[in-house]
Design a protein around this ligand. Structure first.
Ligand code: FES
Length: 86
């Protein structure tokens, strides 16, 4: 069985357990967090979020609609707030 990943959504600081490989939008929904979406195909970037780097490096920006929870870490932060223009 895949180990759980503790996912924290910012800025509201909502934490849920997720499984590596689980769709990011599914996890957000379970957490009661709304990620804005448009095309759901990875082209409009309405759903962009920032993934915190566990080593303290640069955050990674991804389209949540086509992203899954990475399996290379035990905890993940997903920041929805960095792009207020959406
Ligand atoms: S909803 Fe359009 S890129 Fe994700």
């Amino acid at each position: 069985m895949a180990s759980g990943v503790r996912v924290t959504f910012l800025p509201d600081n909502v934490t849920v357990m997720a499984t590596a490989g689980e769709a990011m939008l599914t996890v957000a929904k379970r957490a009661g967090v709304e990620i804005p979406t448009g095309c759901l195909m990875g082209s409009c970037h309405a759903c962009e979020v920032e993934l915190g780097d566990p080593e303290g490096g640069e955050p990674t920006t991804v389209c949540a609609c086509i992203s899954a929870i990475p399996g290379d870490r035990a905890a993940l932060t997903i920041d929805l707030a960095f792009d207020p223009s959406w």
